[in-house]
Design a protein around this ligand. Structure first.
Ligand SMILES: *Cc1c(COP(=O)(O)O)cnc(C)c1O
Length: 397
C-alpha cells in the first residue's frame, strides 16, 4: 500500500519548494501599479537583490524564466557577429550558448564535458589566442543544474585578468544564487543571472539580471537590443513602468519581498550558504556509501567541483528511473530526472537522477529524501552499500 498521502515533496532542482509564507504573501488583491506601496516595495526588492549578489551593480527584473534571462544577457552584451567564449559544464551552459548562436553571436565554445569544472587556464589560453580582441565576453554557468558541476568563478576571473584581455565575465547563477556563495563585486563578475524559482524560493516567472558599470559602458552600442530586452531603461529609466517595460509582475514581487526577508534578514546570507553546504555534504556522503556496494556514483567525483544546491548521480541498470517512480508513488517524494546525461530515447536515460537541496530545504527534508532513497533501493532490490544514513548524519556535522 502506498504511503504517499500527506504533504508531497518536490525534490527537483526548480521549481523549488515554495515556503508557505511566500505563498501567503501573494494572496492579496491586485495593487495599484501607478503609485503607492508597490513602488516602495519594488525599490526595497531591488536593493535586496544587490545585497543577495553582494554587489552595488545595476539590477533588472524581467518577466520571464531563465531562458529569458539568457536572451536578456545576450541582447545587451552583443551585436551580431561579436565573439563570445562560452565555457560549458552541462546542458544549461550548452543551452545558453545555443541561444546566443541563434541570435547571431559568433560563439566559440570550450566544452568541459559534464563531470568536471572548467580549467581557468584553458580559458586564459583561449583568450591569449584572441589577439584581435574579438571576444567580448566569457560566459559560463556557476552551477550547471544538469550535471551539478560548479565552477570556480573567482579563479576564472583571475585567469582572465592575468591575460590582460578586456573580456567581460557573465555568469548564469540561476541554480546557485541564494544557495552557493556569490560575491559579484569581489569576484569581478560583470553580468549575473538568476531566476525566481530556484534559490529565491518564489514561483517561476522572473529573470534577474545584474550588470556592472563596466559592463554597461562596454556594451553601450550593443546592437542585439530590442525594446523589451534593453537593460538601459530598466537601469536608468525615470518612470516606474520602465523598470519592467510595462506592468510590474506584482505578485511575484510580493513573493520575492518575502523570500528576500527570509534569506537576508532572518537566516542571514552566510547561514543560508552554510546550510546548503552542510545539506550537500550529507547527500554526497549517502551516495558515496551506497556506491560502496553497488553501481551507484555521484556525477562529479571531485567534491570541490560540486554545487551545493543539486546533486546529479548515476544508478546503473535503470535503477535511477525505477527509484524515481517508486519514490513518487510510494512515498510522495519526487526526485529530479537526469538531464543531458543520456537522451530520453536511450536505455541509459533510466540510469540518472538528481536530488535538489535548493532553497527552502532543511535537515528533515534532506534526511527524509535520503531515507526514501535508502528504502527504495531496498524495496527494489538494487544492490547498494550500507550505512548511508549514518554517513549522512555524520556529514551534517
Ligand atoms: C533552471 C536553469 C536554467 C533555465 O531556467 P528556465 O526557467 O527553465 O528557463 C538556466 N540555467 C540554470 C543554471 C538553471 O538552473
Amino acid at each position: 500500500m502506498s504511503l504517499a498521502q500527506g504533504r508531497p515533496y518536490l525534490a527537483i532542482p526548480g521549481p523549488s519548494v515554495l515556503p508557505d509564507r511566500v505563498l501567503a504573501a501573494m494572496m492579496r488583491p491586485a495593487p495599484n501599479i501607478y503609485a503607492g506601496p508597490l513602488h516602495d516595495l519594488t525599490h526595497s526588492v531591488l536593493a535586496d537583490l544587490r545585497r543577495l549578489a553582494r554587489t552595488t551593480a545595476h539590477v533588472a527584473v524581467y518577466v520571464g524564466n531563465g531562458h529569458a534571462g539568457w536572451e536578456a544577457a545576450n541582447a545587451n552584451l552583443f551585436s551580431a557577429g561579436d565573439g563570445a567564449l562560452f565555457v560549458t559544464t552541462g546542458n544549461f551552459g550548452l543551452g545558453w550558448a545555443e541561444s546566443a548562436r541563434r541570435m547571431g553571436v559568433a560563439v566559440e565554445a570550450i566544452d568541459c564535458g559534464k563531470r568536471v569544472a572548467a580549467d581557468p587556464w584553458q580559458i586564459a589560453s583561449a583568450l591569449r589566442q584572441d589577439g584581435a580582441g574579438r571576444i567580448r565576453a566569457v560566459l559560463l554557468t556557476q552551477t550547471d543544474t544538469a550535471s551539478s558541476v560548479r565552477n570556480d568563478v573567482a579563479a576564472i576571473r583571475s585567469a582572465i585578468d592575468a591575460t590582460g584581455h578586456p573580456a567581460l565575465l557573465a555568469v548564469d547563477g540561476i541554480a546557485s544564487v541564494g544557495c552557493d556563495p556569490m560575491q559579484m563585486d569581489e569576484w569581478g563578475v560583470d553580468v549575473l543571472l538568476a531566476a525566481s524559482q530556484k534559490g529565491l524560493m518564489a514561483p517561476p516567472g522572473l529573470a534577474i539580471l545584474w550588470a556592472s558599470d563596466k559592463a554597461v559602458r562596454a556594451t553601450a552600442s550593443s546592437g542585439l537590443r530590442t525594446p523589451y530586452w534593453d537593460w538601459t531603461p530598466r537601469f536608468f529609466g525615470q518612470e516606474y513602468w520602465h523598470l519592467f517595460c510595462g506592468t510590474a509582475p506584482t505578485h511575484h514581487l510580493f513573493a520575492l519581498r518575502e523570500s528576500l526577508t527570509m534569506i537576508l534578514e532572518e537566516e542571514g546570507l552566510d547561514n543560508v550558504w552554510a546550510r546548503h553546504a552542510r545539506l550537500a555534504r550529507a547527500v554526497w556522503a549517502a551516495f558515496d556509501a551506497w556506491g560502496q556496494g553497488g553501481d551507484i556514483a555521484l556525477n562529479v567525483a571531485d567534491p570541490t567541483m560540486r554545487g551545493h544546491s543539486v546533486t546529479a548521480a548515476r544508478m546503473g541498470d535503470g535503477a535511477a528511473g525505477r527509484l524515481r517512480a517508486w519514490a513518487e508513488a510510494e512515498t510522495g517524494v519526487t526526485l529530479g530526472i537526469g538531464l543531458g546525461m543520456a537522451l530520453p530515447s536511450e536505455p541509459a536515460y533510466g540510469d540518472f537522477l538528481r536530488l535538489a537541496h535548493m532553497g527552502h530545504v532543511n535537515a528533515h527534508m534532506t534526511l527524509g529524501a535520503l531515507s526514501v532513497i535508502e528504502a527504495g533501493l531496498t524495496a527494489l532490490g538494487v544492490p547498494h552499500g550500507k550505512g548511508a544514513l549514518d554517513a549522512a548524519i555524520a556529514a551534517l556535522g
